[in-house]
Design a protein around this ligand. Structure first.
Ligand code: 26V
Length: 798
């Protein structure tokens, strides 16, 4: 094609294909090496991989950025323009999906043989728009222009069965065996994605499955002459990988969701056993070759699936199969909210996976026998620990199934793992304490520092060399520079440049103006009551109210830009009301001349990985304000700290570890601790008493209720106000004053820019621990016990 006629997308595709071609040699070599060595690998099973844009990351991993930029320039093309046309694959909801993406990046960089398994959703997380300040969801058609990063392998499709019934027969020795007679099936087509390590020649694989109708199924119906029925069947099959469920934390017992889970897990196990392992491999030795890491409960149906394969397809006896299954799975829990623990009604399993249900019953029977043996006469305990819940309906508790079966169970931050042991999974931890461990989450420094923050990266590299990119603990070498005024002023220049870049992005993306002279105060995460965006709103409304009533002179207000980014689950009413309130407060405050632009609220719609990469490096203040004991870890908190934002936060999730590392003087702690929360709640929390006692809080809430942000319509935000006064499950009102006090300390600290910058530098220097490379080493030591395998690049060409 003529360059003159090429669209920007054509040029982007041409560059992407060039880079991927370069990576392919390494990909093949990685695979050849693995086939040769047959060493132990890790399979990360996850329903979500929130990858973000691929071009930048691939250019970094291959070290081709400079040469690409130069050659493009010779053709009169700007690399920067090409970067921005890439649509990010949003195949995840939030933290859990992004964590999976960080982990596979680190595994590749650490040279660990590993493979990610998941679902190739045709539509990722919905695109968020605002209509009159309210969230409206649009489908995310990320494949519209095609993706140059995926490699479909229709020839390697595998069949997955569903439905039908089981039949009891006897084997040669007269033992009863069960046989699954499935009712229908679909095919899974693997799409492979390259996962390049950072400049080390290794390219691992992410294998995502796409569903289609089976040929046999098609033919059968076409031959019967029912053309429309056959087409309908195809659509039915393709539905399975059609769309990512946008619910996080409140699982709905939807049949399609269970179909998705079993679909990708069945494809993945079959693929590993039949295609990755050599032909004829003795599965008794499976634990020498693989750990299947279960990312939350979404892939837990893999447990009965492996049992079924070993028993029904390979003819093993139960104990043999159980012994192997026990060793190859490990389970990561990512939540503390009881309502987020997945349960599947036995009626649904019976209909969709009848043989798996039988296997689960048998696992439970053996397990309960062990419980009764350990605790004779303690029937209550047995009932509590049963994998099968009896009410409100008979259902399988997937977290219990994973805990009982897995070789290890881990939480995702120190506090979270402790709470799992002490509360959520206490009985299990009492019975098998050695099973429980912690691995604190981490984030990849390649994407979230090196790529997202080139300015800071350059500064760091100048000071300590570039080894930090793969050894983030070396950031500690920056510590002495926190007292070097020259370094501090350059650090400040970088922050200023990042704010300018963020302002440009906001202008171009949404037509929003950002004043780069203000403190950037950011709260970005899914909208959830426990995360307490409402507390942030009350802070803003209270400041606004104080200025309007004359209690606070406007000159005394630290100029801030409050940045929100948050999607609400489409069916989560209260979350959507809170989004509407944030936008309403934003409109009123931003338009009020009395504010003189000192307090500005910006809420760009559709916050995603791409926007995160621009916002985080520009932020001064990171809001991590969940009620203590509810946020399992958080990972945004780590990204902000590593980019030199100071945290205002509760003692929750990984905030605890961040504060320990950066020191109390460089962190704004507020709010009740987890034990305090527990005490207040069990004593019978009365939110209205805080409203009665606290004038500032009362005025803020009254202002919202008065219609001041809704053109005088008093009822508009009534559900929010009533909920806070009557229920307030997450103790927003109880923590209000403490939060306001901490924000006052923020203002004081920010007024001394030298001291603030010093704290920011110390945040960077002291948070190297939060590299996902460290997380991966912890998993390797405590759970996986696999070894790195280096790839020899000397023989390879570009
Ligand atoms: C649950 C469900 C339920 C069914 C529909 C789809 C769906 C998707 C995700 C989830 C899991 C919610 C748990 C979760 O996302 N946990 C977050 O995990 C992060 C990584 O460990 C952690 O940093 C966050 O604190 C935690 O909330």
């Amino acid at each position: 094609m003529d360059l003159l006629q090429a669209s920007v997308n054509d040029k982007y595709l041409a560059l992407a294909r060039t880079v991927r071609h370069y990576l392919m040699t390494r990909w093949l070599e990685t695979e050849r090496r693995q086939t040769e060595l047959q060493s132990k690998a890790v399979a990360y099973l996850s329903a979500e991989f929130l990858l973000g844009r691929q071009l930048d990351n691939s250019l970094l991993a291959t070290d081709l950025e400079e040469i690409a930029a130069e050659s493009l320039q010779g053709l009169g093309i700007e690399l920067d323009e090409l970067r921005t046309v890439e649509v990010e694959p949003g195949l995840g909801n939030g933290g859990l999906g992004r964590l999976a993406a960080c982990f596979i990046d680190s595994l590749a960089t650490l040279d660990v043989p590993s493979i990610g398994y998941g679902i190739r959703y045709e539509y990722g997380i919905f695109k968020q728009t605002f209509v009159d300040g309210r969230q409206v969801e649009q489908p995310d058609n990320w494949l519209e222009l095609g993706s140059p990063w995926e490699f479909p392998h229709p020839e390697a499709a595998v069949t997955v069965n569903f439905g039908g019934h089981t039949e009891k027969t006897a084997d040669d020795d007269g033992r009863e065996v069960s046989r699954w007679v499935p009712g229908w099936s679909v095919e899974g087509v693997p799409y492979n994605y390259m996962v390049p390590g950072y400049q080390n020649g290794r390219v691992n694989t992410l294998r995502l499955w796409s569903a289609r109708a089976t040929k046999a199924f098609d033919l059968q119906i076409f031959n019967a002459g029912d053309y429309t029925e056959a087409v309908r069947a195809q659509t039915f099959a393709e539905n399975i990988s059609k769309v990512l469920y946008p619910e996080d934390s409140t699982p709905q017992g939807k049949e399609l969701r269970l179909q998705q889970q079993y679909f990708f897990v069945a494809c993945s196990l079959r693929n590993f056993i039949e295609d990755v392992l050599p032909a004829g491999y003795d599965l008794h030795k499976l634990p020498e070759r693989i750990t299947f890491q279960l990312n939350d409960t979404h892939p837990v149906i893999a447990i009965p699936e492996l049992m079924r394969i070993l028993i029904d397809e390979r003819g093993w006896n139960w104990d043999e199969a159980w012994d192997v299954t026990n060793q190859v799975f490990a389970y990561t829990c990512h939540t503390l909210l009881p309502e987020a623990l997945e349960v599947w009604p036995t009626s649904l399993l019976e209909k969709l996976l009848p043989r798996h249900l039988e296997i689960i019953y048998r696992i439970n029977k053996d397990f309960l026998a062990r419980v009764r043996e350990t605790y004779p006469g303690d029937e209550m305990r047995a009932r509590h620990m049963s994998i099968i819940a009896e009410s409100p309906e008979r259902a399988v508790r997937m977290a219990y199934l994973a805990t009982v079966t897995g070789s290890k169970v881990n939480g995702v931050a120190a506090l979270h793992s402790q709470l799992l042991r002490d509360k959520v999974l206490k009985d299990f931890s009492d019975m098998e304490p050695e099973k429980f461990t912690n691995v604190t989450n981490g984030v990849t420094p390649r994407r979230f520092v090196r790529l997202a923050n080139p300015g800071l990266s350059g500064l760091i590299t100048e000071a300590i060399g570039d080894g930090w990119v793969t050894d983030l603990d070396r950031l500690s070498e920056l510590e002495p520079l926190a007292d070097d005024s020259g370094f501090l002023s350059r650090f400040r220049e970088v922050k200023a440049a990042n704010k300018a870049r963020f302002a440009d992005v906001m202008e171009a993306r949404d037509g929003i103006r950002v004043d780069t002279g203000t403190m950037v105060d950011a709260m970005v995460k899914r909208l959830h009551e426990y995360k307490r965006q409402m507390l942030k709103v009350l802070h803003i409304v209270s400041l606004y109210e104080q200025v309007k009533s004359g209690a606070l002179p406007i000159e005394k207000v630290t100029p801030r830009t409050f940045v929100f980014g948050a999607k609400a689950a489409p069916g989560y009413r209260m979350a959507k009301e809170i989004i509407a309130l944030i936008n309403a407060v934003g409109r009123t405050v931003n338009d009020d001349p009395a504010m003189q632009g000192r307090l500005t609220i910006v809420f760009p719609p559709n916050y995603n990985v791409t926007l995160a990469e621009k916002l985080i490096p520009a932020a001064d203040l990171s809001e991590q304000i969940s009620v203590a004991g509810k946020e399992a870890s958080g990972t945004g908190n780590m990204k902000f700290a590593l980019n030199g934002a100071l945290t205002i936060g509760t003692d929750d999730g990984a905030n605890v570890e961040i504060r320990e590392l950066v020191g109390d003087e460089n962190f704004f702690l507020f709010g009740m601790s987890e034990p305090e929360v527990e005490r207040v709640v069990s004593a019978g929390y009365e939110p209205a008493s805080f409203y009665d006692k606290n004038a500032a809080l009362r005025r803020a809430l009254d202002l919202i209720a008065s219609g001041a942000f809704s053109d005088g319509r008093r009822g508009e935000f009534e559900p929010i106000v009533a909920n806070l006064l009557e229920q307030d499950r997450f103790l927003v009102l109880a923590d209000f004053q403490s939060y306001m006090d901490a924000q006052a300390r923020v203002d004081t600290a920010y007024a001394d820019q030298d001291a603030w910058t010093r704290s920011a530098v110390l945040n960077v220097a002291r948070t190297g621990f939060f590299s996902s490379d460290r997380s991966m080493r912890d998993y390797l030591d405590r759970i996986w016990h696999a070894e790195p395998v280096s790839i020899d690049v000397s023989s390879m060409q570009g």
